[in-house]
Design a protein around this ligand. Structure first.
Ligand SMILES: NC(=O)c1ccc[n+]([C@@H]2O[C@H](COP(=O)([O-])OP(=O)(O)OC[C@H]3O[C@@H](n4cnc5c(N)ncnc54)[C@H](O)[C@@H]3O)[C@@H](O)[C@H]2O)c1
Length: 424
């Protein structure tokens, strides 16, 4: 297939799929498909609730159409799959959405078609888990009748500087010729350029280690924060000093949530374990990062006790519920670990997050965020997410919400060391 013959369909229009569909839709006809009818209706109405794509950008993608009807996919010959790759309650990869999407494509797959996966997986998932489903449902043979590619996504929700087209993209294909077609397709929209990986497995491995490396690095800094807190040394001051060396990496301590960094390492460790290798560093990092919510509340309780503030029944304000700043993404937010722990101490907690959809917070976590916060109410305030609104409030604005005697815990270094009572 030549790149000019390609007719693209995007499968899964979430944080990753929609921005990509929009970029292609500025240049060529693209069908955006999702099983979520509500999502399709919203996009057909010209709006994106994830806020990754503005109404104007959506309107600019004049060649982009949307459908929840799988029969429509038959008009395409190149399928880009951007469905979720979550973990289950035992932290095992859950490939159900990938398998289901592969079934849908398999049913309409034709000779010569290409299926490109973008979802984050472990090395081997495309060819060992997805391709057999495509073969089964199409009756076609891999690398004879149809082909595959893998091109991982690197976008960062809420980040308006690093957009799909301005992030260098890794591409790959199931044969050298297909790798070139896949690469040429992405070159059309990626102004930052592409990197053609040696194989699909290499591209899969590259993506999963990007997030694993971040996770382990943050775990190291979290561990350092625990040590320095015991020593009464301000961690941020240490990081600022160490950061003056040219090769010191600028990581910060904190909760590690979201759909990627706290999840993807488990894809790699799962695969490693299936091969008889039990990863130590990666899983140690995961354990440490997952324990930060408990640690934060223990520190908060110590600080409250020092100020003679009654812990049981204390009125606590948690500012921010999303997994990161300036976006409405609630997936795998570890702020809920803090809420659970506060509940263990029978504290009375209000959650305030101007970015969050209250219904979604209720549905996902049973949390109903307050719409407004009144001054002078709280015994403790936990600044959990550094949304722009909170940064603008400053120490004075935030402290005004507390009772005359309260504890202010800044998890995100929004405030300076002397402005907060406790910092991570
Ligand atoms: N969000 C990120 O920052 C990010 C960054 C890089 C990579 N990734 C990876 O990209 C993939 C997608 O993530 P996301 O954040 O866009 O997920 P998302 O949950 O925002 O979107 C996924 C979409 O896929 C749809 N979907 C699910 N099953 C489907 C099916 N069988 N057929 C068609 N549509 C289906 C859902 O309805 C949803 O709209 C994941 O593997 C993720 O790890 C995400």
């Amino acid at each position: 297939m030549q790149v000019e013959d390609i007719k693209v369909a995007l499968i899964g229009l979430g944080y990753v799929g929609l921005p990509l569909a929009v970029e292609f839709g500025k240049k060529r006809p693209v069908l955006g498909f999702d099983i979520n009818q509500k999502r399709i209706a919203e996009l057909q109405g010209g709006q994106d609730h994830t806020l990754e794509v503005s109404d104007e950008e959506l309107a600019e993608a004049s060649h982009l159409s949307f459908s929840a009807d799988p029969a429509e996919l038959a008009k395409a010959n190149t399928f880009i799959v951007t469905v979720p790759t979550p973990i289950d309650e035992y932290k095992r990869p859950d490939l159900t959405p990938l398998v289901k999407a592969s079934e849908t494509i398999g049913k309409i797959l034709k000779k010569g078609d290409i299926v490109i996966y973008e979802s984050t997986v472990y090395p081997g998932a495309t060819e060992e888990d997805c391709v057999p489903v495509l073969e089964k449902f199409s009756g076609l043979k891999y690398n004879v009748d149809f082909f595959a590619g893998y091109s991982p996504e690197r976008i960062n929700p809420g980040d308006k500087a690093h957009r799909v087209s301005t992030i260098k993209k890794v591409t790959s294909g199931s044969t050298p010729e297909i790798a070139e077609v896949v690469d040429a397709l992405y070159r059309e929209i990626i102004v930052a350029g592409t990197h053609k990986a040696a194989s699909i497995r290499v591209a899969e491995a590259a993506k999963v280690i990007e997030n694993t490396q971040r996770d382990v690095n943050i775990a190291l800094i979290n561990e350092l924060a625990l040590i320095f807190n015991k020593m009464g040394i301000d961690t941020q001051a240490v990081l600022e000093a160490a950061g003056t060396k040219w090769n010191f990496l600028p990581f910060r301590p904190g909760l590690v949530g979201g759909h990627c960094i706290g999840v993807d390492p488990y894809y790699l460790t799962h695969k490693a374990q299936s091969l008889g290798y039990h990863p130590e560093i990666i899983l140690a990092g995961r354990r440490l990062n997952d324990s930060m919510g408990t640690y934060v509340v223990a520190e908060l309780v110590k600080a409250m006790t020092k100020k003679d503030i009654q812990v049981q029944g204390a009125k606590v304000l948690v500012m921010g519920l999303t997994f990161k700043e300036n976006c409405p993404d609630l997936r795998n937010t570890r702020v809920v670990d803090i809420l659970k722990e506060l509940d263990e101490y029978s504290m009375d907690v209000d959650v305030y997050d101007p970015w969050v959809d209250a219904q979604e917070a209720q549905h996902e976590y049973g949390v109903t965020p307050v719409k407004e916060v009144a001054p002078g109410v709280y015994d403790a305030i936990v600044l959990a997410v550094s949304h722009q609104q909170f940064v603008e409030m400053g120490a004075q604005g935030i402290r005004a919400l507390g009772k005359p005697e309260h504890v202010l815990y800044d998890l995100k270094y929004v405030l300076s060391a002397d402005e907060a009572d406790v910092r991570l």
